[in-house]
Ligand binder design. Structure first.
Ligand code: F6R
Length: 613
């Protein structure tokens, strides 16, 4: 989703802004632009397309030099991708104000009408241009006020969500930043400061940053940063330090971030699990999951989107079977609007890699308002969901840059296994010996994932063989169905091959009519008690001409003669099988996308951090 970067300091801002924009590329975008101060005023250069297109345009414009400026990558919401709709947007007839924005201004049409009555002419279809003109309008009427005060007044008139970067010709060294329900951080340097949507855009210049909270406004100058609350009072903000190295956000010799992140999964799972297992016992940091709370929990709601939702479905199965508490999994965007039944003794687990997903955040707030205890399973430290949840269980996967999640998902599964075991312990369903053997198995999981990663050759061969299939089906039951959903999502999102995941027993209720000669079906069968059932479903599709790849365990002894290829998982606790079966299927998706020359790390139309509804 859109990305913001801004710089004010002593050096030429342009290369710093461009580097920042490149590092925000992974969030997903369709156009880019910058505004810098030059002798002739605020110069805006922006374009539809990639940042490389922006570089060309900047070159044609003589690469304007300036020590302060703002930049933006846009993911279109209001108005399609075009040069005109790209940010920054200028405010006023004389273009004295420039604005970059992430989020959605819900009442922009009303404001636009009002501003048009005052003679403002709009150049774009965006909601953001309204903000630029509004700030110009208010500033003109209040000459004595500084820009920050004007921005505060403007914000009080806006409905919706935003992270904003604003510059004005009145002070060519100052950036005013603001946020509501959209992430924005301020990087603190020596004689220079930055604003950015996330850490990746500042880490090459500083590791120190502050997080802007909702309804705060920051005045960012080279020598200081001042943050105000809604009332205009100065707020003392804690300074945070980035905990990972720049190298973690670089490709490190891999062709794509996605491949690097797939390969990092043993480490991501180990880092999530190991600090929480001490002497064979599960030890949680202070995240509010006390034994008392877990004993009294009447219902668990898991809320998430996309892959995090699929992790939640695996979690649901493990939690219910180990903890014997009813657990429901909800799509965050649905949960918000279905009048969910949430009670005070309920535990609400919100899963999010980015910690900024707008729907998940809003659903979490709703559950909080109903009195439930909220636990966030989040990867990005100090993200909005992490900060606003009642308790946090971080997945220590490290920065995930590829849009399609892999290591983030695997770390979420590991965190959920820990929660399930803690629940079982608190409710007396697991004794100390069982806890020790569970922990031992969990500690072995990274090594098993590593083994799955060793046989890349087979998957590469399968990807080249099946790369031209127009549709692929994934089948599984129970845990395997949840894993099938994730495997299917991986394939379609990055390779643009249509794919469906089906609960294996459900296929014959309609979808089997799509199976014909040569249809590729990937069947997952890792749960012993369901082996035979899934084998029957495999027979149903092979009888209709499907070619089947089977992902199963070492001890599966059923008849596999009808399958084109069998991928076997190393021995592991059955409950953890989803952590292993997904590995070859992530790789399969990756290599199919590579074969099809897709932009693996930045699939079309997708954003890494979905900060709008
Ligand atoms: C798919 C993918 C998305 C995210 C979803 C939720 O590969 O990455 O489906 O899982 O957008 O994002 P987070 O986990 O950041 O809330």
């Amino acid at each position: 989703m859109c990305g913001i970067v801004g710089f004010t300091g002593q050096e030429n801002a342009l290369p710093i802004l461009m580097k920042g924009l490149y590092s925000l590329e992974y969030r997903g975008y369709d156009s880019a632009g910058i505004a810098v101060f030059t002798d002739d005023g605020l110069q805006v250069v922006k374009t539809k397309g990639r940042i490389a297109n922006l570089e060309e345009k900047l070159h044609e414009a003589g690469n304007p030099s300036s020590t302060c400026g703002i930049g933006h990558t846009r993911w279109a919401t209001h108005g399609g991708p075009s040069d005109r709709n790209s940010h920054p947007h200028l405010g006023g007839r004389d273009g004295k104000v420039a604005v970059v924005h992430n989020g959605i201004i819900e009442n922009y049409l009303f404001l636009r009408e009002q501003l048009e009555k005052h003679g403002y002419e709009f150049q774009s279809e965006t909601d953001t241009e309204t903000v630029a003109h509004l700030i110009d309008f208010l500033h003109k009427g209040r000459q004595q006020e500084d820009l920050a005060q004007t921005v505060l007044t403007a914000l009080s008139l806006l409905r919706g969500s935003y992270a904003l970067g604003v510059v004005s010709m009145e002070d060519s060294r100052e950036i005013v930043a603001a946020r509501r329900d959209n992430p924005l951080i301020i990087g603190l340097g020596e004689g220079e400061n930055m604003i950015a949507s996330d850490i990746t855009a500042i880490i090459s210049r500083t590791r120190r940053y502050i997080i802007l909270d909702d309804n705060e406004v920051a005045v960012v100058r080279p020598e200081r940063v001042t943050v105000y609350n809604q009332l205009g009072d100065v707020v003392d903000k804690p300074v945070q330090e980035v905990s990972w190295d720049l190298s973690a956000a670089e490709k490190g010799g891999y062709a794509h971030f996605m491949l690097k992140e797939i390969m990092e999964q043993p480490r991501a799972v180990a880092d999530t699990v190991r600090p929480r297992i001490q002497d064979g016992r599960i030890v949680f940091e202070d995240n509010g999951l006390t034994d008392e709370r877990l004993r009294e929990t009447e219902h668990i709601h898991i809320i998430a989107c996309g892959s995090a939702l699929h992790a939640g479905m695996v979690g649901q199965s493990v939690i219910e079977s180990m903890g014997r508490v009813r657990c429901s999994v909800s799509v965050a965007s649905e949960f918000r609007y279905t009048d969910p039944i949430v009670k005070e003794k309920d535990l609400c687990i919100v899963i999010s890699q980015s910690g900024e997903t707008a729907d998940s955040l809003a659903a979490m707030r709703q559950a909080q308002a109903e009195g439930a205890f909220t636990l966030a399973i989040v990867n990005v430290v100090s993200s909005s969901i992490a900060r606003q949840a009642d308790g946090v269980l971080y997945t220590w996967a490290g920065p995930e840059i590829a849009v399609a999640t892999t290591k983030g998902y695997s770390a979420q599964l590991a965190a959920l296994y820990l929660v399930a075991a803690k629940l079982a312990l608190a409710r007396g369903l697991m004794d100390e010996a069982e806890e020790r053997s569970f922990c031992e198995a969990l500690l072995e999981l990274p090594e098993s994932i590593h083994k799955m990663l060793e046989d890349v050759g087979t998957v590469q061969y399968l990807a080249s063989k099946y790369t031209n299939r127009s549709s692929v089906f994934y089948l599984g039951r129970g845990l395997d169905y949840a894993a099938a959903l994730e495997a299917s999502l991986k394939l379609k999102e990055i390779s643009y091959v249509h794919s469906e995941a089906y609960a294996a027993g459900e296929l014959k209720h309609g979808t089997i009519s799509l199976i014909e000669d040569g249809t590729l079906v990937v069947a997952l069968a890792t749960q012993k008690r369901l082996f035979e059932k899934t084998v029957s479903n495999i027979r149903e599709v092979t009888a209709r001409g499907a070619e089947v790849i089977l992902v199963t365990t070492e001890d599966f002894d059923g008849d596999v003669s009808a399958c084109r290829c069998v991928i076997r998982l190393p021995a592991c606790l059955e409950r953890f099988a989803a952590s292993l079966s997904i590995i070859p299927l992530q790789l399969f998706a990756y290599y199919v996308a590579v074969e099809r020359s897709c932009d693996v790390d930045k699939p079309r139309n997708l954003a890494k951090s979905v900060t709008v509804e």
